[in-house]
Design a protein around this ligand. Structure first.
Ligand code: ADP
Ligand code: MG
Length: 255
């Protein structure tokens, strides 16, 4: 069930880089408990959209609201509570390469909870490393992990502060189909455990369907909410049909 007020709302958002218009009068509402899935060709603006929603980039035009408040004018205190509520898995994981697995989480917790004892942090870190299946390798460095394990660590780090709103930018990029499926299952399990709202970018329609949320197919300056799996499969838009089936011929040829 959706509550009346969105957690995140974008109103009239516009953005361009030099002559390249990426967003034009774009509107979106994300409600508590939603699982919004962004798919679409590379360069359509999916990562940028996540950056608007996390406040990392302010759009040229329009407004981004977080629980009804303008993100750009939050007080310092509200900004802190926003940051405490938000978790993000970046496309390139953004791990601390010079820190061991354990320390990647310890650093984040230490920054956010300066008054916690190390034993308190340890209990939390072990809980999250166990949840992502990395409790047996706390002393390895990120460079010593497989691609799938690095993603798991990125997910644990994004979640260790128990955010209510989590953004995943292509969590299965470069992973084999079985690992990809496990990662998405883990994201879904953790969403349930933390009672979170998630927005996930993926390039893989199988993973989009597995996420079982509302799908938005993103084309340049044309973001189309297509609904769940069945509605998306039967969507009437020709570009959507071409994209989800990976057809070479169709209206997207000009892209
Ligand atoms: P996606 O994640 O869908 O592949 P992005 O959101 O990364 O796409 O980028 C959308 C468009 O904006 C692309 O054409 C990209 O080249 C352009 N773009 C993104 N960031 C910048 C930037 N900092 N400077 C110039 N162009 C950018
Ligand atoms: Mg991207």
């Amino acid at each position: 069930m959706q509550s009346a007020d969105p957690i995140i709302e974008l109103r009239g958002v516009g953005h361009q880089f030099d002559d390249l218009v990426v967003f034009e009068n774009f509107n979106l509402k994300v409600f508590s408990g939603d699982s919004l899935v962004l798919v679409g060709p590379s360069g359509s603006g999916k990562s940028l959209l996540l950056k608007f929603m996390t406040g990392l980039v302010a759009p040229d035009q329009g407004e981004v609201f977080y629980r009804g408040q303008l993100l750009s004018t939050l007080s310092k205190k509200d900004q802190q509570s926003f940051l405490a509520e938000v978790g993000m898995l970046f496309q390139q994981n953004a791990l601390f390469d010079s820190m061991k697995v354990y320390d990647n989480l310890d650093f984040v917790l230490g920054e956010a909870k300066p008054d916690w004892k190390s034993s308190q942090r340890e209990a939390e870190i072990v809980k999250f490393l166990t949840a992502v299946g990395l409790d047996h390798v706390p002393q390895l460095f990120p460079g010593e992990l497989s691609g799938g394990m690095q993603k798991r660590l990125g997910i644990a780090r994004a979640l260790v502060l128990q955010p209510k709103l989590v953004f995943y930018d292509d969590p299965t990029a470069g992973l084999d189909p079985i690992t990809s499926r496990q990662i998405i299952q883990m994201i879904l399990d953790l969403k349930k455990q933390l009672n979170a709202t998630i927005v996930t970018v993926t390039h893989d329609m199988m993973r989009a369907y597995q996420l079982a949320g509302e799908i938005m197919v993103c084309f340049p300056r044309d973001f189309i909410k297509t609904g769940g799996k069945e509605e998306t499969l039967h969507h009437s838009n020709a570009k959507v049909q071409q994209f989800i089936h990976g057809d070479v011929k169709g209206p997207l040829e000009a892209l």
